[in-house]
Design a protein around this ligand. Structure first.
Ligand SMILES: NC(=O)c1ccc[n+]([C@@H]2O[C@H](COP(=O)([O-])OP(=O)(O)OC[C@H]3O[C@@H](n4cnc5c(N)ncnc54)[C@H](O)[C@@H]3O)[C@@H](O)[C@H]2O)c1
Ligand SMILES: [Fe+2]
Length: 384
């Protein structure tokens, strides 16, 4: 075994009631918090749960609730101004991956100079960010445990991947009760995002023993619970399994990276404003069909974790597993690319830029079958 490093937040509180369990920790990180969220977390009183805890410990807070969509550089600079003008000294993010990522990027720009785009890529952040608490309200991105933030660079239509150990939250608080209100369509998209993380990390050239078990566990939790979480939103058991899976899958990509699907998904998100989980889901089946030949044995393990029969050759199992993933996407109502209102001609006109941006992100190079630019263009065409 070659040497590996496994990174995770120093404290993870998880399970029903995790927010209350973490109250002493929450109140120990500073004197005034900037709470980064979106309108849904305010409306559902999730933000109030946090401010109540802070008030009990005489910790002040202000709420920046502008992150209702996937964040861009403008959201980040406004958040930095808000933090500074309110003399905050730590960050609490509560919401889907969008507010969590926004808070990481705000933290980055508070302690590092220049523009957010200067930090695109891995390992470019120089200084530690203020203490950050991440509280997810979707079961998908796993951002609460990852070193990544994804920020739209509006002027260049690029979804920037920024990764640094400094961006790993100090505290993650993972409470399934915060996800029972997620609508079915968002549950489906975010659940497929988590599934994609687990499969990509497991089949990445950067796979490692510690993430292998987390990945297979996440895949089987999702195979067994995502349909129920979508059809019965208040099923707490399914919600618990899904948020555990999302966290496991977050730890997988934090240490073993994503591959082809995420590399190709970000350009679709940047140019056509498709939610992240949906753009992954559109690509998942086609990308796995392409990638499976690179490591049939790993793809057959994915199939077994998905619950398909364990009889047959690695090729037969890998193929059956990918069919099961396509069935899952269909059962939970993942739309077709043309149903999303994307114009076919416009999509074809962007193929060159999308393929270049996908390759430039570095993620496709983590795939065992190393895709070329023309392979990537062919996969994009198969979506139409
Ligand atoms: N940092 C990482 O490691 C990482 C990994 C994968 C994806 N991402 C990024 O995360 C972003 C997507 O995050 P997301 O998929 O969680 O979506 P999101 O945060 O954009 O939320 C999607 C929608 O769900 C709503 N919502 C969230 N929680 C809710 C709740 N509990 N009840 C009702 N509504 C709720 C939001 O208001 C929003 O309208 C993308 O920008 C993606 O690129 C980051
Ligand atoms: Fe993702």
């Amino acid at each position: 075994m070659s040497a590996n490093i496994f990174l995770a937040p120093p404290s993870i509180f998880y399970g029903t009631g995790a927010i209350m369990e973490a109250s002493d920790k929450l109140a120990s990180l500073g004197k005034k918090a900037l709470i980064v969220s979106g309108k849904s977390a305010v409306r559902l009183d999730y933000v109030k749960q946090v401010t109540d805890i802070l008030e009990q410990s005489n910790i002040e807070s202000v709420v920046y609730d502008n992150i209702d969509a996937e964040p861009d550089d403008g959201h980040v600079s406004k958040g930095v101004e808000f933090y500074q003008s309110n003399s905050c000294d730590f960050l609490i993010a509560i919401g889907g991956g969008s507010p969590l990522d926004a808070a990481k990027a705000i933290g980055l720009m508070l302690t590092n100079s220049g523009q957010i785009s200067d930090y695109m890529g891995l390992g470019k952040v120089k200084e530690a960010i203020p203490p950050l608490v991440a509280i997810p309200t979707t079961a998908g991105t796993g951002s609460e445990v990852t070193q990544y933030t994804i920020i739209n660079d509006i002027s260049n239509d690029v979804k920037m991947l920024i990764g640094s150990p400094y961006l790993i939250p100090k505290v993650a608080i993972v409470d399934p009760l915060l996800t029972v209100s997620v609508p079915s369509g968002v549950t489906a998209a975010t659940g497929i995002d988590a599934l994609t993380h687990a499969i990509e990390g497991y089949t990445s050239i950067k796979n490692q023993p510690l993430t292998d078990n987390l990945a297979l566990s996440a895949i089987s939790r999702i195979a067994n619970n995502l349909r129920v979480a979508c059809s019965e939103g208040d099923n707490q058991e399914a919600r618990t399994e899904m948020i555990l899976a999302a966290m496991e899958a977050g730890m997988v990509i934090n240490n073993s990276s994503v591959t082809l699907v995420h590399g190709m998904s970000r350009p679709i998100g940047a140019l056509f404003h498709v939610p992240h989980g949906v753009s992954n889901a559109l690509l998942l089946g086609e990308c796995l069909d392409y990638a499976k030949e690179g490591h049939l044995e790993r793809f057959s393990q994915v199939a077994k974790a998905m619950g398909v029969s364990d009889k047959g050759s690695d090729l037969e199992l890998a193929t059956a597993g990918i069919e099961e993933i396509k069935n899952l996407c269909a059962d939970i109502g993942i739309p077709d690319i043309l149903d999303l209102g994307i114009d076919k001609e416009e999509f074809l006109a962007q193929l060159d830029k999308m393929a270049n941006d996908a390759l430039a992100s570095g993620s496709p190079a983590n795939t065992y079958c190393q895709p070329t630019k023309s392979d990537i263009i062919e996969i994009y065409k198969q979506l139409l």
